[in-house]
Structure formats: structure tokens, C-alpha cells
Design a protein around this ligand. Structure first.
Ligand code: UT7
Length: 334
């Protein structure tokens, strides 16, 4: 019997990441700007988190606007104009109903594509990547835009120094298509998990407008939670920690990233971080950091990448993939 092409065999077929796009708001808010109205300082914020500034969207800009721009950039990065599936991972959808994704698909000229939102807070991008990759591997769709987009400025109390110093706005997206596990860009393995006992640690409580976070308690769980998830995904991918060329973790706190890397035995230079310039952008964090790593020349074609996230839920997740060499496309919005 003649064999079908390798990318058609179910056991070999997998999602391949072929494009990467990002979008950040134009306005930069520095730690000194925040210290003018909050009881805090640049030294405290930078020393405790690694953050120097973040981007905050203009009044009237929506999560869907940033998501559409990032996804359009991901399509351009991949050199594609069509797509079967659009997934928006977000905690700040434009409306409670309907989902943001169908409007994003329409704005991109992709009406007819399957489109839905996914809520897994700061782990949302990794959850969405896993979901869309599984749909491609199963043959449910042939291509997908996976978007992480959040406007935490809309749910952050500007007077709460425990959260206002951390979060920023932004969006990042990847374009996935069907390929084989040996292709550069192959999305190889996932680990996902949750612990609802921690649901009150990061929450917008019913009836409340703003997010509250018990930061220290999250921190204490994030380090072992991310390390264990990373170890599980490495095992599933058949990699040792030293095989990892770049660790792209959720950018919540530079000290969390350093602790996880240390526990994994990864040298500092393999840790990709852009937290200094953008803060914690929730579901957008990993694709924004990935684009930063590619632009800096620290992620190159064929590299083995480890993505690991942790956040509200509590939720966590990791992905093992190789890098396709896609060049990120970026844009700025008001
Ligand atoms: O993205 C979702 C996942 N989220 C995370 O992973 C967040 C994880 N948590 C963190 O990154 C850290 O816990 C924070 C950055 C939020 C806080 O840092 P910390 O080292 O855990 O500080 P802390 O909350 O234990 O507070 C230490 C001290 C306290 O003062 P006392 O009680 O020691 O006198 C706070 O009141 O720092 C004080 N403090 C501040 N001081 C200046 C808290 N926030 C500030 C601030 N400026 N903004």
C-alpha cells in the first residue's frame, strides 16, 4: 500500500507554528509614574518584580482590537491569508456574551472560521495552544490562530499597589498549521493542570469590578507549580532540561522565572524575559516574550523551546516545541 504523505498520517500529524504576531499599546507607564500616586517606588517594584514599565491601552481600545492586530501580524508572519480556527485566550473579553473570537475572525476577513474564547487566566495561551494543536492533530481543522490578549488595566484598581504595579496590556498570537513532528516549529507535547482550591488567590469576586491577588501566596505556589509542569512536559517530549535552548515562562515576576530556571538546572542565559518593559500581560505574556527572544536572536530555527505558565484558577501548563524560524511581526496601537 502506498503511504499517505507523512503529514497526513495520524500518528505523525501535529501542529506546526508558522507565524508569530504581537501588538502593544502605545502608552508607556513607568514605575516613577505610578509612584507619583501610589505609596511605592521604582526601587521596590524593580527589585521585587523586575518590572520597569508597562504599556496601558488608550480609553476605547478593546481586547478584540489588540487581538485582531496581533493575529493579523501572525498571519503576515506566516505569509497566510486564510485560517480555519480562531481561539482567543483572555480574562478580559470585550463582552460577557458573545465571545470575542468571532468578531476577531470577522475583522480579519475570516468569517466562517470556528471561533471561541478560552478562559484560563495567565495560563490561557498555553491552554489555547494545546487545544488548537490537538484539533489540528485530530484533523478537526488544518490551521489555527491562537491569540493571548488581555487588557488588565480594565480590571485593575489603580489605587491598589499590590496589583497596579504588576499588570500591563498587550496581545500576542501564533499561526498554526498541519505538519509533521520532525518539522521545525512542531508543537510536540503539553502538560496542563489546575487546583480550584486556589480560586480566591487571584480573583474578580462576584459583584466586584477589580481584581484582587494574594501575591505572596501565589508566588509560593508558582515556583514549584511551574517547575513540576515543566518537568512533566520535558519527560513527555523525551527531553532533558539541558536540551532546552530557551525557556519562555509566563512573565509574572523575574524572581519566579529565575527560581524555576534554577530548579530545572537551566542557565540564566536560556531564560527569555521582557518583563522589564511590559510587566505581566497575562494571556499575552508568553507570545510577547517569545517574539522578544526571536528579535534578540536568542531563539533561532530548530531551537527546542519550553513554554511554562501559571496563574489564576489556579491553572498551569507547559508546551514543548521546536522553533520554525518564523520572524515576528509587531505593531503598536493607541
Ligand atoms: O500572573 C498571575 C500570577 N501572579 C503571580 O505570579 C504573582 C506572584 N507574586 C508576586 O510576584 C509577588 O508576591 C508580588 C510582586 C505581588 C509582591 O512581592 P512580595 O515580595 O511577595 O511582597 P509582599 O506582598 O510579601 O509584601 C512585602 C512588603 C509588605 O510590607 P510589610 O508588611 O513587610 O511591611 C507590603 O505591604 O512590601 C509591601 N508592599 C509594597 N511596598 C512598596 C507590597 N506592595 C508594595 C509596593 N510598593 N507596590
Amino acid at each position: 500500500m502506498p503511504q499517505p504523505p507523512s503529514d497526513q498520517r495520524p500518528s505523525d500529524r501535529c501542529a506546526v507554528l508558522a507565524g508569530l504576531g504581537t501588538c502593544l499599546p502605545e502608552r508607556t507607564v513607568t514605575n516613577d509614574d505610578l509612584a507619583e500616586r501610589l505609596d511605592t517606588s521604582h526601587e521596590w517594584i524593580h527589585g521585587r518584580t523586575g518590572i520597569a514599565s508597562r504599556r496601558i491601552a488608550a480609553e476605547g481600545t478593546s481586547t478584540g482590537d489588540l487581538a485582531t492586530a496581533a493575529a493579523g501580524n501572525a498571519l503576515a508572519s506566516a505569509g497566510r491569508t486564510s485560517c480555519d480556527l480562531v481561539v482567543v485566550a483572555t480574562t478580559t473579553p470585550d463582552r460577557a456574551c458573545p465571545a470575542t473570537a468571532p468578531a476577531v475572525a470577522r475583522a480579519l476577513g475570516l468569517s466562517g472560521a470556528a471561533a471561541f474564547d478560552l478562559a484560563a487566566v495567565c495560563s490561557g495561551f498555553v491552554y489555547a495552544l494545546s487545544t488548537a494543536s490537538a484539533m489540528i492533530a485530530a484533523g478537526t481543522c488544518r490551521s489555527a490562530l491562537v491569540i493571548g490578549a488581555d487588557l488588565y488595566s480594565t480590571i485593575t484598581d489603580p489605587d491598589d499597589r499590590g496589583t497596579a504595579i504588576i499588570f500591563g496590556d498587550g496581545a500576542g498570537a501564533v499561526f498554526l498549521e498541519s505538519g509533521s513532528r520532525t518539522d521545525p516549529g512542531a508543537v510536540l507535547h503539553h502538560d496542563l493542570g489546575s487546583d480550584g482550591d486556589g480560586r480566591d488567590l487571584i480573583t474578580v469576586a462576584p459583584g466586584e469590578r477589580y481584581l484582587s491577588m494574594r501575591g505572596r501566596e501565589v508566588y509560593v505556589q508558582a515556583v514549584p507549580g511551574m517547575t513540576d509542569s515543566a518537568l512533566r512536559v520535558l519527560k513527555g517530549a523525551g527531553w532533558d532540561a539541558e536540551d532546552v535552548d530557551a525557556f519562555v515562562g509566563h512573565q509574572a515576576n523575574i524572581r519566579i522565572l529565575a527560581s524555576v530556571a534554577k530548579r530545572l538546572g537551566l542557565p540564566e542565559e536560556r531564560v527569555i524575559t521582557n518583563i522589564e518593559e511590559v510587566g505581566n500581560t497575562a494571556a499575552a505574556s508568553i507570545p510577547l516574550a517569545l517574539a522578544h527572544g526571536v528579535r534578540e536572536g536568542r531563539v533561532t530555527r530548530g531551537d527546542r523551546l519550553l513554554l511554562t505558565a501559571f496563574g489564576g484558577g489556579l491553572t498551569w501548563g507547559s508546551t514543548a516545541l521546536t522553533w520554525s524560524g518564523a520572524q515576528p511581526v509587531h505593531s503598536v496601537r493607541g
